[in-house]
Design a protein. Structure first.
Length: 255
């Protein structure tokens, strides 16, 4: 009890809470808008308390000035943001892929509106939920919690230095996530392009046919068929990238 009520322990707990809470708001599944904000705040505080108690090697830090505390708090928030950004980029790539597929399959006008969330297309919402299911199926939630607990061994609260990072690492993450979004939408994208070429040729030889009346329903049907047929390959690609980015996430927290 004396340890818990110690001022240095409470300051260390607060700094660790800053690291955890940002992860709980940005990491997939934990940062889902369907989980109330108060629940996420309480979960972050509970997890921080349990992790700190189960890591006796972490020495409570002593802070002499308020300015020092602010600098360490900013350091922890930055650490949590940069770590969670690695996994967040994968899910943003899935949203991009869903938007591209929706536009080129004629389903871009179907929008999902949920209170407190941004308005996205139907397929973008589908890919986001599908990615969350795959994230849980590969053990992403457990890996995040274990890696976050182990991060105290190499990065005790208040010890993170942002200048030790390599900027090109995040440029590579951005490139890989953007290329993932384009690759996932490539089957529907190519099919839509070929379908438009065929419709243009048909309109050239049969000008009496209303291509717009025939083309839009055909584009929707063909786009959905191609999406369903390519879904197993899309699933493998998403799972592979999730595992790869989870490895990056673990290495970042343990480096």
């Amino acid at each position: 009890m004396d340890k818990i009520t110690n001022e240095s322990f409470l300051l260390t707990l607060l700094l660790l809470y800053f690291r955890v809470v940002l992860l709980f708001f940005m990491v997939p599944f934990f940062g889902s808008p369907f989980i109330p904000v108060r629940i996420r705040l309480l979960l972050a505080l509970s997890f921080s308390f349990v992790v700190l108690l189960n890591n006796p090697q972490v020495e409570p830090i002593t802070i002499s000035t308020f300015e020092e505390f602010i600098l360490k708090a900013i350091s922890e928030l930055t650490f949590g943001f940069l770590a969670s950004l690695i996994l967040r980029l994968v899910f943003e790539a899935l949203v991009v892929a869903g938007e591209i597929i929706a536009v080129h399959s004629g389903l871009g006008f179907l929008q999902i509106f949920l209170p407190g969330q941004q308005q996205v297309s139907l397929l973008a919402g589908f890919f986001s939920i599908y990615g969350t299911v795959l994230f849980l199926s590969v053990g992403g939630a457990e890996i995040v919690l274990i890696a976050l607990s182990d991060s105290l061994k190499n990065f005790p609260p208040g010890s993170f230095n942002i200048f030790s990072l390599k900027p090109e690492m995040y440029l590579q993450f951005f490139y890989e996530s953007f290329s993932l979004g384009v690759k996932l939408s490539m089957p529907v994208l190519i099919t839509a392009l070929l379908l438009n070429v065929v419709l243009a040729v048909v309109n050239r030889f049969i000008p009496q046919m209303n291509v717009f009346m025939v083309g839009l329903p055909l584009q929707v049907v063909v786009g959905l068929i191609v999406l369903i047929l390519s879904l197993p390959v899309i699933t493998l690609s998403i799972s592979e990238h999730l595992r790869e980015f989870l490895i990056y996430f673990v290495r970042f927290l343990g480096s």
